[in-house]
Design a binder for this molecule. Sequence first.
Ligand code: ATP
Ligand code: MG
Length: 401
Amino acid sequence: MNYTEVMVRYGELSTKGKNRKTFISQLAQNVKRTLGDFPAVKIHADRDRMHLLLNGEDSSLIIPKLEKVFGIQNFSPSIRVEKTLPAIREMVQTIIKEVYQPGQSFKITSKRSDHDFELDSNELNRELGGAVFEVFPEIAVQMKKPDINIRIEIRKEGAYLSYETIRGAGGLPVGTGGRGMLMLSGGIDSPVAGYLAMKRGVEVEAVHFASPPYTSEQALQKAKDLAAKIAPYGGSMQFIEVPFTEIQEEIKRVVPEGYLMTVTRRMMLRLTDAIREERKGLVIINGESLGQVASQTLQSMVAINEVTTTPIIRPVVSMDKGEIIEIAEKIDTFELAIQPFEDCCTIFAPPQPKTRPKLEKAQSFEARLDIEGLMARAMAGLKVSEITEISEQEEEFSDLL
Ligand code: ATP
Ligand code: MG
């Protein structure tokens, strides 16, 4: 079916009182950015609904993009026809022929916003119900929960028909909640953490630590590809690559094995916080999940978290691995995440890091480092790029390489 319009119903934001305006305009901006490749689409956002006029753009390409935009409860693609009874009848018959399966029930729901139209909504329901019976005399009418509900709205500019309601991504429009820095590795957990933070309206920038030549070009690309998978939920994403080689070599040189991991994490967190400050972020987001590995015990969190008072959001902290994987599969990051490219932590990590590191010990070993100098050099070498969705063509192309 070639739709001409999409009617979007807002999610939770409808309940946000005076913030509503901000939420709606942010959502409109996000939809516009997501549909950047479809310049003819016009967006009209009002208090209760958003209408997208497709102006000839292909709705089958637009629908999957809208499904990823947070802040949308659901949406109904619709078809506009001339505001005459014969034209509306004909379209109702086209629709029912396309969707009806034997045994299904139906209903017509008409609404007349333009009161100059010749028939009122009851008369329309009757007329158009009759049009359906002409095509399928055996079809059952059902008022409550019909299988097929054909909605007709008569407006000034024409008659709009819709019959399917597509579930949106829910959540809040990305950007309404401020900005946060996501510590994005190449693993399963951190992309899920980023996705969940975005779902609650946070604009996310990805911070990735790379230690070439110990970590490969592919490991870096994998992190970027993961960012590209979650970027569409917000439109696009800034990706910040941090040169971490010198710091890891220094830590390895001066810190005893048992504390390599703790001190490494402390340096990562310090740098992420410095980047956050520079880029006006409010919080840090990571993919820590309690008890998963040595660095993710409460004692470790205490010893690592001490370097900053900035709030750290840990969206997957209490989830089981299986629950995290379920989300990773849903957002299509799982397959990528399990590709075996070593990240900086695995390479330098001792086989058995301390699961209960002591803060005082971490501090005293760390005092052997020139923290300021190391940080300044890493900060001077940041590489920032903008990540957008990978198109399927590009995906195929990279498969060939
Ligand atoms: P993930 O699946 O997200 O890699 P993980 O279970 O492997 O997590 P760790 O390796 O202990 O756990 O990492 C914990 C968190 O630290 C990650 O979720 C991520 O937020 C951050 N982190 C780890 N390595 C990096 C890196 N190279 N760059 C940026 N952040 C990282
Ligand atoms: Mg990891």
